[in-house]
Design a protein around this ligand. Structure first.
Ligand SMILES: Cc1cc2nc3c(=O)[nH]c(=O)nc-3n(C[C@H](O)[C@H](O)[C@H](O)COP(=O)(O)O)c2cc1C
Length: 325
């Protein structure tokens, strides 16, 4: 299981435990101690099974847009079991969710040591691309290969999106970002191009408070902005209405835009369309005309707490090639 480590003490102790077991890669005492000391202040993940730490990974910010894979290590007996990949995946999702655009990692250039050739191949298999070799960054015997990865791709953003139900920071969301999110929604496909989805962006604190006052029990109570999603249930042709599919596509596009911009959200539909019809009360506050239904609210804001990925069924149970069996 991949675990996000909160406590500075635990980060250092895990780093020490793993790095001291990997002296082939971390044999120089001084630099190993530096990794251990720095781990305490870095976002850190550990792979834990039966109470034992199998490996760990730390990130560090090297610029406003970039995080570096600062250090990672997996005990030798657990190599080739996908642990490094799982640790990396958790770290990458964290970087995407926090709005970073690039990940970088440094290692000794391919062709110098066999162990590092494996490391190079591993980074490339994760999707890293060669950026530059700096021959004297460490010393002549250890030419530094810098790898880089763009985090602003649709596929990365999809993997990083999770429903967030925690508290939000109070910082207002810039109007330009809210418009980018709404535009992503309006860019979604719709059955027969009927464009049955509309949105109302709520960022005025007074209106927002009135909307929140309708939501009982409360959700998204601390969100600094909200996108209210509306649908017009008209037929696309004959008796075929695709309004649900239309607004679902629009909502997913908006959730992805929200994630890519470094905000969090949650698709709140069940909560507001239940028997107590919170949706109709919100519609009334927002003066929504007849024929338009409120179907969903999407809070928008920066997370004040850690974002957790839910447990999903194993991929192989849900995805098949060519036939069911
Ligand atoms: C149609 C629909 C309705 C949803 N309604 C709610 C809701 O009312 N409240 C809520 O907390 N989450 C709601 N969700 C979010 C799901 O619970 C969430 O997507 C699911 O647990 C998977 O987690 P993930 O979004 O992090 O992948 C809804 C999602 C969908 C697609």
């Amino acid at each position: 299981m991949i675990k996000y480590i909160e406590s500075a003490e635990e980060k250092s102790s895990i780093a020490r435990e793993i790095l001291e077991a990997l002296t082939d890669w971390f044999g120089i005492d001084e630099s190993r101690e530096q990794y251990i000391a720095e781990a305490a202040g870095q976002p850190c993940w550990a792979s834990v099974r039966d109470g034992r730490n199998e490996g760990f990974l730390c990130l560090k910010e090297t610029g406003k847009a970039t995080m570096e894979l600062a250090v990672m290590g997996v005990r030798k007996e657990f190599h080739r079991k996908g642990i490094g990949r799982q640790l990396f995946s958790a770290a990458k999702e964290y970087a995407v969710r926090n709005g970073y655009e690039f990940l970088q990692v440094k290692t000794v250039r391919e062709g110098v040591y066999e162990d590092y050739d494996i490391t190079n191949a591993f980074y490339r298999s994760l999707g890293f691309k060669e950026l530059e070799v700096l021959p004297e960054y460490w010393d002549e015997a250890n030419p530094c290969q810098i790898y880089v990865m763009s985090l602003k791709t649709a596929v990365q953003t999809m993997a990083a999106r999770h429903s967030y139900r925690g508290t939000f920071l109070p910082d207002p969301v810039p109007e330009a970002d809210l418009l980018t999110i709404a535009k992503a929604g309006m860019d979604a496909p719709s059955g027969c191009n009927k464009q049955t989805t509309d949105v109302i962006i709520v960022n005025d604190p007074e209106v927002l408070a009135q909307v929140k006052a309708q939501i009982d029990p409360p959700v998204a109570a601390t969100a600094p902005a909200m996108i209210v999603v509306l649908t017009r249930r008209i037929n696309a042709y004959r008796d075929r209405c695709f309004a649900v599919q239309d607004y679902s596509a629009a909502i997913e596009n908006m959730l992805l835009a929200i994630t890519e911009l470094g905000y969090q959200s949650c698709w709140y539909e069940g909560h507001i369309t239940d028997n107590d019809r919170i949706c109709d009360k919100i519609a009334s506050v927002l003066k929504v005309p007849e024929g338009e239904d409120v179907v969903c609210i999407l809070p928008v804001g920066k997370a004040a707490e850690e974002v957790h990925a839910p447990v999903k069924k194993p991929f192989d149970e849900r995805v098949r090639f060519n036939s069911w069996s």
